[in-house]
Design a protein around this ligand. Structure first.
Ligand code: FUB
Ligand code: ZN
Length: 633
């Protein structure tokens, strides 16, 4: 069923200004500063065994949980981000640090392959007793993803061997065989890593283990729910679970029966990613149908306009349909990063622009907002409205988002292209060069553009001799009036499910030009999103905009954009490194003329004011400030 394969980040070179700048920042500032934070927080030291054990840095909560259970995952994610970054530009110091971490992990690994520094150090007798809460499989997943990325970036496979031994141990421990536990992770993630390891190594055992975890999840057919079994074995009442039911970790039903997006958002998105991967690997229609149902559910009822997911802090996840509060939005950075993963897999299953549109939305907006311009400050939760109190963190007690966003930016090259036997699909634009296999040969594609600021895209092709294949160019859902030409000759633009398909004998020197007009547009929410009633959001191209107080003379919460006011775009090369802003004449109610009353029988008088909006992803880079995505109309 897999019709398209992704092209690994290491095979694509980013050349365009937008992503080159972000990549360089991640390499030069984010990776080194994250390493410093890992050292200061004790995470780096926690994988050095044996040693006198320091007390827990992060005390246990009432349910006995501490985020230190998943410190190994932070190491794995940092290695992955660093590996992706050095594939962009090799850096001996970073590589040496990765090697030192691998030394520590290799030394910590137990003779049977078990690897989890927290349990090895602190609770060796309790290993594999609480998959529901304690992240052992999640940690291994991130370490394995780090190992795969490092292998892609450098060709070095020592870390991969360490992780292969760990996976062999996991495969021996969990499964449906005699003496095995029928467990699966409380926090999904390892399934994605295993599929990546299968692709990198061709070793089927990785795929089999991923398949087992997905198939067994939520299974109660002739067996007791695994999380109940292990709770009882710990002497706990399963009903005393702090999240009440297993929707929290999407283990309430077998995955093929799930149609409603529920629970913890990051867990959900990681699981759907793996489901789409496995649907493609096995040609599994039931799994594909479940992915499609879940996709419709989340994108039609439970997604922020910025591509954020999960409104609630309580479960870090989903609540009810159309419940999308702005000022309390959780919309965790990790969840949008994970949506990029899922959407990329859906595109491989089925080349449909709706998947690329959401990939791009999550990437350029909610996910990218998670990393500051200086590369050293982060958002964990991504509000769509702030009274000025929301701010970026230099680090977080639970630093999951910090290295999720850096690994995404460092590997963004991997989301540009998809390849099939006789087709190349271009999903993203922004300046990327790659030599790709197609039609029995190779073709070098050099795409240049100033995307996301400008929709003029040029693609030069250099096939090995003349080759017949289809070049499928994404025409984004937000774009109206796209035009295209090959070697200067205009083409009719009639996209098939979001892709303009050009099939011909391509020859060296061929050039395709695609023009994707970017207009400032107004967006409205479904009438049942009560928090957005009577409000409008602004978008241009892939970017959603917001008003920050810095650029607006009137308080942003009072801005009202008349429904007929033209909204214009202006490139401000001197602002925030060069961004396109949106401008309009607006109105704002005047509080001074209102008086001291809280309520009155007449509206406050309004006066005209200028409105300036900046891309959402770049907000809060000039200090804390009030901000508003949804404006009164
Ligand atoms: O539990 C590991 C990570 O920490 C989750 O994915 C995030 O939501 C945060 O809780
Ligand atoms: Zn996170």
């Amino acid at each position: 069923m897999r019709t398209y394969a992704s092209v690994p980040f290491s095979d694509v070179t980013i050349t365009g200004p937008f992503w080159s700048e972000r990549l360089e920042t991640v390499l030069a500032r984010t990776i080194p500063s994250q390493l410093e934070k890992l050292e200061q927080s004790g995470i780096r030291g926690s994988i050095k065994l044996p040693k006198p054990l320091p007390p827990l840095t992060i005390p246990r909560q009432s349910n006995n949980f501490t985020v230190q259970y998943f410190w190994d995952s932070d190491i794995g994610k940092w290695i992955e981000a660093a590996a992706c970054a050095i594939s962009h530009r090799r850096d001996a110091a970073i590589e040496a640090e990765i090697e030192a971490m691998i030394d520590d992990l290799e030394a910590a690994q137990q003779p049977d392959g078990y690897l989890n520094c927290f349990y090895i150090e602190r609770e060796p007798e309790n290993r594999w007793t609480n998959l529901r809460d304690n992240h052992e499989l999640y940690n291994l997943g991130h370490l394995l993803e780090g190992a795969v990325a490092y292998y892609h970036a450098t060709g070095k496979d020592r870390f991969l061997s360490v992780m292969e031994r760990a996976m062999d141990h996991v495969a021996a421990t969990f499964g449906r065989g005699e003496g095995q536990k029928r467990g699966y992770p409380g926090h999904q993630e390892i399934e994605i890593a295993l599929v990546r390891a299968w692709h990198a190594t061709g070793k089927r055992k990785f795929l089999d283990l991923a398949t087992y975890f997905i198939d067994e999840r939520g299974n109660t057919d002739g067996v007791e729910h695994y999380f109940d079994i292990e709770a009882r074995a710990r002497g706990e009442d399963p009903k005393a679970y702090w999240f009440e039911n297993y929707e929290y970790g999407q283990a309430h039903l077998p995955v093929r029966e799930q149609t409603k997006v529920v629970g913890h958002a990051v867990r959900a998105m990681y699981m759907y990613t793996a489901m789409a991967d496995l649907a493609a690997e096995h040609g599994d229609d039931a799994l594909k149908a479940a992915c499609e149902a879940l996709w419709r559910d989340v994108t039609e009822k439970r997604m922020y306009v910025t591509g954020g997911f999960g409104p609630s802090e309580h479960n870090e996840g989903f609540t009810k349909d159309y419940d999308l509060p702005n000022d309390t939005a959780y919309a965790e950075t990790c969840a949008s990063v994970a949506m990029v993963f899922w959407a990329a897999r859906m595109l491989n299953l089925d080349l449909d622009g709706q998947y690329a549109d959401i990939l791009e939305l999550a990437l350029y907006n909610n996910a990218l907002a998670g990393l500051s311009r200086d590369g050293e400050h982060y958002f964990y939760d991504n509000k769509l409205e702030s009274d000025g109190s929301h701010h970026r963190w230099a680090w977080h007690e639970c630093p999951c988002c910090t290295m999720n966003v850096s690994r995404l930016v460092a590997s963004v090259a991997g989301y540009f292209y998809g390849v099939a036997e006789t087709e190349i699909a271009v999903h993203l634009y922004g300046g990327a060069t790659a030599t790709l296999p197609v039609a029995g040969g190779r073709v070098t594609l050099t795409e240049t553009s100033d995307y996301p600021w400008d929709g003029a895209v040029r693609i030069a092709l250099e096939p090995e001799g003349t080759r017949t294949f289809t070049l499928s160019l994404r025409v984004p859902g937000w774009c109206h009036g796209a035009t295209a030409s090959v070697n200067g000759e205009a083409l009719e633009v009639a996209p098939e499910r979001g892709y303009l398909k050009i099939t011909r004998d391509w020859a060296p020197g061929d050039v395709v030009e695609l023009n994707l007009p970017m207009q400032a547009e107004r967006l409205y929410a479904h009438p049942d999103v009560r928090q957005d009633a009577g409000r409008v959001a602004l978008r241009r191209g892939p970017l959603v905009y917001c008003c920050e107080q810095h650029d607006n003379p009137a308080p942003v919460n009072r801005l009202r954009l008349p429904s007929d006011a033209p909204v214009t775009a202006r490139h401000a090369s001197d602002l925030l490194g060069g961004i396109t802003v949106l401008e309009a004449r607006a109105e704002a109610e005047d509080a001074d003329a209102w008086g001291g009353n809280l309520y009155a029988t007449r509206r406050a008088p309004s006066s005209e004011t200028a409105l300036t909006a900046v891309p959402y992803y770049i907000w809060c880079n000039r200090g804390q400030t009030p901000m508003q995505v949804w404006l009164q109309e």
